[in-house]
Design a protein around this ligand. Structure first.
Ligand code: MIG
Length: 682
């Protein structure tokens, strides 16, 4: 059951797709302390799940989070916001209920930070809507919420293949080299990413003719090898005479303006830039249509970046900085003045004052950016996806974004931004997955191997061993860091095997993803969602249920040769060294130390569950499903419904795409449905 409470004059976000009548009277569960503050007294054992892309644990208690899309590459424990604003959480305990604060302005969730057992929600100035979601269990509440916000985005099937990316590939030769290195080792690969260097002076929808003289030809050659090129698109548009996007945007008034009517100017990658007003429907259509330039060159996927929006400096503030510096010049730089000067120069990016200084034309009203900040990346991605629906009505186009708000999950996925090559960020990746799924973000993944800092071979292996389960599986790293393509390291065979396992698992990953989307479920669940009465399972923060059959327990510590794992019930462990090399044991419920060498991925199968493994291929299209090897743990017999489709078109009829695989108690195997694979139990 969902109840909707309206407070004041609010700005429509279009996060919600279901019509719900407004409830009157007092809001349940929460105590309204003032116009913008609500509290909830948490019970000692209550767990709070949700808030999507955020730092710290799966259980969000013990910190304060701010929903305010933020480009901060330091994903450390004392920050409060990341790139997404995902205002849904669920309390599981004495009372179990969900809360969605639908507000595009800043919202703060103090979950036991100020007072250990007090939750305090503070919404910045302006109206807002709160939805209270009830159900019999956390899973039921999530399902209810997801039906409220509408079906999650579905990418093409090739986007479940492995992708190689690096900010630093400069030209066509670099791209060809990556492809060649993978292919000559028979390593699977489905995509190579183009970061900002493919553009001419960082101008959106342009291609640098010197570095990429024939993008179309390159895209074709890559496709012949089963590889898709995926270019980046940045939010801001370069100010440059003669640049069509700039000139047309200016002429039509599609850029955000300041109070005095001047176009807002700020520095980002292209230098001085303007910000398209994605909230203005006409501007949105205009920007969306621009993706055609690249679609026409054979491109079938994009990633939208810098759309919090990230600002390096605003032109207005920069003027103040220089004036101030002029003053400092003649001063005696005592300690205080020196630090003030230093801060002045260092703190020009993403300033609250700048976000308050420009405006959107949203549904005919002039609205200050600050009040709708969290919608910017969402509406940029919406611009693209709505255009794709016209430009490529029959085809799925890959799209994921850095900034997001709930509602954007219908238009694209997200990646979790600029993490680091740190062991703790593998754990952060685990923590984020269930919260993201709760908020509708199913097509998601982290920069595997870590974006910033220098990677090591073992860290990359361990991270990939988690990444083989995430829908988006991309290795991405920053300029200036150690190169981290898997062929840069000595142990090629291990990497090949890890990727091979991903491709062998792909039918299961795709099937579980699609079922989660179509049935509005989570693909990654905390153990407590499946074993709600198990007190120990409720505290596990480093294991996950992946789809209906698997529990994973990734290794995320340096030099470990195994780890402690908690089993809420008896399970069968497949210790996988490759898709075909494994050992198997049944483990009883309880705590175990489980060995996992660097080349071993642990897959735990629940009783009476099945995981089909196909034969890996060099790309998703080449995966061979004519024979399926069934990982299974049979007590009384099991059935698995495998979803599959052509991966390109938009016919998602579940019934037509299901194949039922059964393993009986006596080991007999059956298969019934669209697929006619030979099945063997391993
Ligand atoms: O300010 O395009 O998160 O993935 O490689 C950095 C360069 C801009 C941030 C993205 C990252 C990308 C990088 N971008």
């Amino acid at each position: 059951m969902i109840q909707k409470y309206i407070f004041g004059t609010y700005i429509e976000t279009e996060a919600v797709v279901k019509e719900i009548a407004e409830s009157v009277g007092q809001i349940p569960y929460l105590t309204k302390e003032s116009d913008h503050v609500f509290t909830y007294q948490m019970g000692e054992d209550d767990i709070v799940y949700g808030l999507g892309e955020s730092i710290r644990g799966m259980n969000k208690r013990g910190w304060v989070y701010e929903a305010y899309c933020n480009d901060d590459p330091n994903h450390i424990e004392n920050i409060r916001s990341l790139y997404g604003a995902h205002n849904f959480f669920l309390v599981d305990g004495a009372e179990t209920f969900g809360v969605f604060v639908d507000a595009p302005q800043k919202v703060q969730f103090d979950i036991g930070y100020t007072e250990r057992e007090m939750m305090k929600i503070t919404i910045a100035e302006g109206g807002y809507v709160i939805y209270i979601v009830e159900g019999d269990s956390p899973s039921e509440i999530v399902r209810e919420f997801r039906s409220l916000i509408g079906r999650s985005y579905i990418p093409p099937k090739w986007a479940f293949g492995y992708g190689q990316s690096r900010w630093g590939y400069k030209n066509e030769a670099d791209i060809r080299k990556v492809a060649e290195e993978y292919r000559k080792r028979d390593m699977p690969l489905d995509s190579i990413y183009l970061d900002i260097d493919y553009m001419e002076r960082y101008k959106d929808f342009t291609v640098d003719k010197e570095k990429f003289p024939d993008l179309k030809g390159l895209a074709e050659d890559m496709k012949a090898q089963g590889i898709h090129l995926v270019p980046i698109i940045d939010a801001a548009v370069k100010v440059e005479e003669g640049y069509e996007v700039y000139e047309e945007g200016l002429e039509k008034g599609y850029f955000c303006k300041k109070e005095n009517g001047d176009v807002f100017t700020a520095g980002v990658w292209p230098g001085k830039s303007h910000f398209p007003d994605f909230l203005n429907e006409e501007a949105r259509q205009w920007f969306g249509k621009r993706y055609k330039v690249l679609l026409d060159q054979g491109i079938e996927g994009f990633w939208n970046d810098m759309n919090e929006p990230a600002i390096f400096y605003s032109e207005d503030h920069m003027r103040e900085v220089f004036e101030k510096l002029e003053e400092y010049k003649s001063k005696n730089l005592d300690v205080d003045t020196f630090f003030a000067m230093k801060d002045l120069v260092l703190q020009t990016a993403n300033r609250a004052e700048d976000y308050r200084s420009f405006y959107h034309n949203y549904k005919g009203e002039n609205i200050c950016h600050d009040r709708v900040h969290n919608l910017y990346g969402y509406y940029m991605t919406r611009a693209a996806q709505e255009a794709f629906e016209h430009l490529e009505p029959e085809k799925r186009i890959l799209m994921y974004s850095r900034a997001s708000y709930i509602g954007m999950h219908r238009y694209g996925g997200i990646w979790t931004g600029d993490n680091q090559s740190w062991w703790s960020h593998i754990l952060l990746n685990i923590h984020q997955l269930p919260g993201l799924n709760m908020c509708g973000f199913l097509y998601t993944g982290a920069d595997l191997g870590g974006f910033g800092s220098d990677v090591t071979e073992d860290l990359l292996m361990r991270w990939l061993e988690l990444g083989i389960f995430t829908p988006l599986m991309r290795n991405h790293s920053a300029m200036g860091t150690r190169e981290q393509e898997i062929y840069r390291f000595g142990n090629e065979e291990v990497f090949c095997n890890i990727l091979g396992l991903r491709y062998a698992l792909l039918p299961y990953i795709y099937s579980e993803f699609m079922k989660a989307v179509l049935k509005e479920e989570m693909m990654f669940r905390p153990l407590a969602f499946i074993y709600p009465k198990d007190v120990q399972a409720r505290n596990v923060e480093d294991q996950l249920m992946v789809g209906e059959s698997i529990m994973i327990a990734p290794v995320y510590t340096q030099n470990a040769k195994g780890r402690y794992v908690y089993l809420p019930e008896e399970m069968k462990l497949y210790r996988m060294r490759s898709e075909a090399d494994m050992d198997v044991e049944v483990l009883s419920a309880g705590h175990h130390y489980v060995k996992a060498e660097l080349n071993e991925t642990l897959i735990f199968i629940r009783p009476d569950h099945i995981v089909p493994l196909a034969k890996a291929g060099q790309c998703v299209e080449k995966i061979d499903v004519s024979k399926l090897w069934l990982l299974s743990f049979i007590k009384d017999g099991a059935q698995y419904e495998l979803y599959d489709d052509d991966g390109y078109s938009k016919d998602y009829n579940v019934e037509a795409h299901l194949t039922k695989i059964t393993v009986e108690k006596d080991g007999r195997v059956g298969i019934d449905g669209a697929m006619k694979s030979e099945c063997v139990v391993v």
